[in-house]
Ligand binder design. Sequence first.
Ligand code: NAD
Ligand code: DAU
Length: 339
Amino acid sequence: MTLEFSPKRIIVTGGAGFIGSNFVHWVVQNEPDVQVTVLDKLTYAGNRANLEGIPEDRLTFVEGDICDAVLVDSLFADADAVVHFAAESHNDNSIADPSSFVRTNVEGTYTLLEAARKNGVRFHHVSTDEVYGDLALDDPTRFTEETPYHPSSPYSSTKAASDLLVRAWHRTYGLPITISNCSNNYGPRQHVEKFIPRQITNILSGLRPKLYGDGLNVRDWIHVDDHSSAVWTILTKGRLGETYLIGANGEKSNLEVLREILVAMGKEPDDFDWVKDRPGHDRRYAIDATKLMTELGWAPEHTDFVTGLHDVIGWYRDNEPWWRVDKTEIEANYAKAEH
Ligand code: NAD
Ligand code: DAU
């Protein structure tokens, strides 16, 4: 029987990014006794504005690199736990140039693990279902914690490497760790490079949405707030050394999702362009979250995808200055790759 862990001072790496910032908002709203320190390099994907509205007495923001061992060590001296979201996160970027992925995702995770070991800090590692590779469209199985690692892209292989480092630090040094591997998130504040925000902001910009390949690739969508509640559950109730998969039975083809967006935004369902496929494009992801649900009692709350998608479309309509600054450059990069 594992006793519940009650951290009071947590470090959130990557807390100015999409999922990290939603997690920080979730913790501040739901856990009144917890102080949060965000460590974020503010790369193109990080935005200080993502943390607006959080009371100053609940949050300390540190702009810095997770590869900076001196900085990381000084922060960890005063923390109970780290929740590690910081990463280079976009597959297409990793195909164009993998270097920052190896540095941040592998060397950065190593740097954090060493600081955690030195300072006795509990470590929750946020990872992805992509470490398991992909499934065929007609495969009746889904990923479980027992599925062998088989990553496809530079991004997912660096995430797999980081997971293995975390496991090794537990087995070799006894570092108190947990790992979660989650499926595709959607929600507010997701960068315009990603699939759902790109299509919504294309339509809002008078551009046609872009679908890769045959559009039949399947992703298993989960609302970002459900990812946050799952991570908190694993951090506070999970068994040390264990991996938990996070998912909400949200499998949909990219074509289905795109048509939902088009219809919701008053367009014709075929009002989009087919574009060049992603090299090595994973066909299907699907998560079996039975372990998390039965062992730790977690369940997703935002299970109506269409309602969630309407809310997200509303968020991008209402927050044009937030995404407009990045849009032109992102589309120019996609055009170069014929995406
Ligand atoms: P994101 O790209 O939106 O945010 C990443 C954040 O990390 C940014 O704020 C960025 O500034 C920061 N960062 C990058 N390099 C850094 C460095 N060297 N030092 C400090 N900060 C740095 O990513 P996201 O989509 O929010 O993903 C967050 C985490 O969740 C990642 O670890 C990703 O692998 C994982 N994940 C994402 C999804 C998804 O659907 N997006 C699903 C499962 C797991
Ligand atoms: O599964 C979890 C992973 O989900 C996370 O680990 C990654 O950080 C996150 O980026 C996401 O990876 P994907 O590659 O699945 O997400 P992306 O938004 O890039 O693409 C989703 C699907 O949509 C994928 O099959 C490619 C396709 N796509 C993407 C874009 C940007 C398009 O068809 N058109 C597009 O314009």
